[in-house]
Design a protein around this ligand. Sequence first.
Ligand SMILES: Nc1ncnc2c1ncn2[C@@H]1O[C@H](COP(=O)(O)OP(=O)(O)OP(=O)(O)O)[C@@H](O)[C@H]1O
Ligand SMILES: [Mg+2]
Length: 217
Amino acid sequence: MIIGVLNQKGGVGKTTLSLNLASAYADEGRKVLLVDADPQGSSLRWSSARAEGLAPLFPVVGMAKPSISRELPVMAKDYDVVVVDGAPRVSELGRAAIMASDMVLMPVQPSPFDIWATEDTVQLIREAQHFKPSLIAAFAVNRKIANTAIGRDVLDAFAEADFPVLKAQVTQRVLYAESAMQGLSVVEVARYGDAAREIRKLAAEIRRFAGEERKAA
Ligand SMILES: Nc1ncnc2c1ncn2[C@@H]1O[C@H](COP(=O)(O)OP(=O)(O)OP(=O)(O)O)[C@@H](O)[C@H]1O
Ligand SMILES: [Mg+2]
């Protein structure tokens, strides 16, 4: 399965969720590939920040080019899970990454402004679905403040959205930035910590969601 972690809006957590989800799937024993589809090269930078001698959990390759939609499905045949860390803003790359994906996961911060700002990405997904009806998509809340409920205004903004919001939510935690700095994932830093637990939950829900949507198709 190819999971495109995409949102045309910058700084919403595409790279953070991509590498941590990839790590959770690798930790389950799956054969994982992380694809950096962003010219900024954040996932590649992350993997090169790893201490020398520390084995990588999965390979990371750069593919920030429109041909990803043709090349990646071929490459993906050798893996159980491929996670694509997408680029912000550039719609040509966004469109190609969406077309390469079986499922698009849109990280979004719990604010109406951020939800409304996903409109461009939603539009690209809708267009892609004309060519690829099997394509599915969902939102994942990132940077939720711990022990607070999502506000009514945020829920209202989600209610207007075209795609479902996954139940598993990712919290605002310094560990996400601290672990990334060393080229590590939260699962590696604190296997049974709260961050690792929420990432595993999200990873499991994505698999269930993709399975159910496929059955329904
Ligand atoms: N759950 C979180 N808790 C704390 N910090 C976070 C969380 N998610 C993301 N961040 C921080 O927010 C910033 C943006 O995150 P990230 O780089 O993952 O977003 P992005 O969507 O990949 O950005 P870009 O659009 O530039 O590629 C980073 O500094 C990251 O460490
Ligand atoms: Mg990024």
